[in-house]
Design a protein around this ligand. Structure first.
Ligand SMILES: [Mn+2]
Length: 315
């Protein structure tokens, strides 16, 4: 399969690289890496995402190369990365009909919507899969490509802390360092370049902390009013859910973000054996065992109760 994808990369001439809406570091890192490789090979290549990447990624060279999804680019090959479902990366069935669609992902729920599907649930990040494709086909991995791949792995493993981190993860990371990646450069840009107003919003959000189910479930939320008071948006809340999980005794941390009246985006993180992807699937979402998300459409009190009920098995 990896060889087949490598052959297509070498032989075809025009490509569209896409990834999921509200892209995280893995989505951005893996798609930017493949976009950069294709560009360096002299191919015609476009990079489209349904929503603009968050400002924390604006230090990346190709940040401004991202176009909002059009489903109109005239290309031979479309490559979707880190997208558990086709609609998450904004692709239209009619648009991809006459194109070769390659689906590269590590979500175990991915139904295999491509003509070619490379789904590896054990991969810590899609960046690891892209790295394997490039390496096994002898495709060039320049310092810039290596930085994008390192970003993908760094962020999707929570800085090499999550249970998905394996000897292979460190091996790939080490090989990327040999290509010129400086870990401090990526880490300080991603994690130490926050906007001051984010901390004002965080302060209001931390004040909402509630513990339920004998301290095993922690809840935090941000309201539209808090966004207004601190002059912030949803982009400022990327790391908030981690504060819920990082409390002693907590097994599941949930962050609710009020996007519209009575519409909450929920982020769920667990540690150890608790699988949150199945709970997220009940809330119009999905994800991984320890990190998932969804949407709840209900008044706040009701939304909160639905979450507590969904995790009552923790007690
Ligand atoms: Mn991922």
């Amino acid at each position: 399969m990896k060889h087949e994808i490598g052959k297509i990369i070498k032989e075809k001439n025009s490509f569209l690289v896409v990834t999921h809406k509200n892209p995280d570091g893995d989505a951005i890192g893996s798609s930017f890496a493949l976009y950069n490789v294709l560009k360096e090979l002299g191919k015609t290549v476009y990079l489209e995402i349904p929503t603009k990447p968050a400002y924390i990624y604006d230090f990346l060279d190709d940040y401004n190369a991202v176009e909002i999804t059009t489903n109109s680019k005239d290309v031979e090959v479309v490559i979707a990365l880190d997208s558990a479902e086709m609609h998450r990366c904004g692709l239209d069935k009619e648009y991809v009909k006459d194109k070769l669609l390659i689906n590269i992902d590590h979500h175990k729920t991915n139904p295999g919507f491509g003509n070619i599907n490379l789904i590896e649930p054990e991969a810590a990040a899609v960046g690891c899969i892209v790295y394997d494709i490039l390496k096994s086909n002898g495709l060039p991995i320049t310092k810039k490509t290596a930085e994008y791949l390192y970003l993908s792995i760094l962020t999707d493993t929570g800085s090499f802390r999550y249970s998905s981190t394996s000897p292979k993860t460190f091996k790939v990371a080490a090989e990327l360092l040999e290509k010129g990646v400086e870990p401090w450069y990526i880490a300080s840009n991603v994690y130490e370049r926050e906007k001051p107003e984010t901390y004002k919003l965080l302060s209001l959000t931390l004040d909402t902390l509630e513990l339920h189910l004998s301290g095993k479930l922690a809840l935090l939320y941000t309201t539209q009013d808090m966004f207004k008071r601190t002059n912030t948006t949803a982009d400022n809340t990327e790391s908030f859910v981690n504060f819920a999980r990082s409390i002693r005794g907590v097994e599941v941390g949930v962050f609710l973000r009020e996007d519209e009246p009575n519409v909450f985006k929920i982020s769920i993180r667990s540690r150890g054996s608790v699988d949150v992807s199945e709970v997220a699937a009940r809330f119009e979402g999905g994800g991984h065992k320890n990190a998932a998300g969804g949407t709840l459409r209900a008044p706040f009190k009701e939304a909160k109760q639905k979450i507590i009920d969904a995790f009552s098995f923790l007690k």
